[in-house]
Write a protein that binds this ligand. Structure first.
Ligand code: HEC
Length: 119
């Protein structure tokens, strides 16, 4: 019956360490979730974004919150001026000081259609 008096302390230590790791893993997981909350939505936005969201992120600064223009021309009525193909071409290649490739390729058609329907 000569038990080592340190055993209870050892057990407490092991338990404590275990708890510590467990909590930090839970913490890591939460941190990932938090980070994803910010980042992933942004990445997803590009492929899942509506034309309106793309407009707000990429175009509004030059074409204005109400599509009335600013650094770039007004976009209302752009459908009377250009066909869908021509607008896609402008979005893809840029025009004048307008930078190219602001709209991801798979969104070009949808974006052009949305611009044509702007009122
Ligand atoms: C850096 C400023 C800037 C940004 C950002 C920008 N544009 Fe432009 N955009 C311009 C300018 C300037 C023109 C006129 C170019 C010219 O005619 O020389 C233009 C022209 C256009 C035209 C043709 C309009 C016309 O009447 O000729 C369309 C359509 C258009 N932009 C759509 C968009 C869309 C959609 C986005 C966002 C994906 C966007 N632009 C982002 C500056 C910008």
């Amino acid at each position: 019956m000569n038990r080592n008096p340190l055993i209870p302390f050892g057990l407490i230590m092991v338990f404590g360490l275990g708890l510590m790791f467990l909590l930090s893993f839970i913490g890591l997981d939460n941190a990932k979730e938090l980070a994803n909350g910010g980042k992933e939505t942004k990445n997803e936005d590009v492929s899942a974004a509506s034309p309106e969201e793309i407009y707000q992120q990429q175009c509004l600064s030059c074409h204005g919150a109400d599509f009335g223009g600013g650094a770039g021309p007004a976009l209302i009525g752009v459908g009377d001026k250009y066909s869908s193909e021509e607008i896609q071409d402008i979005l893809k290649n840029g025009k004048g000081i307008m930078p190219p490739n602001l709209v991801p390729g798979e969104k070009l058609e949808e974006m052009a259609q949305w611009l044509i329907e702007l009122k």
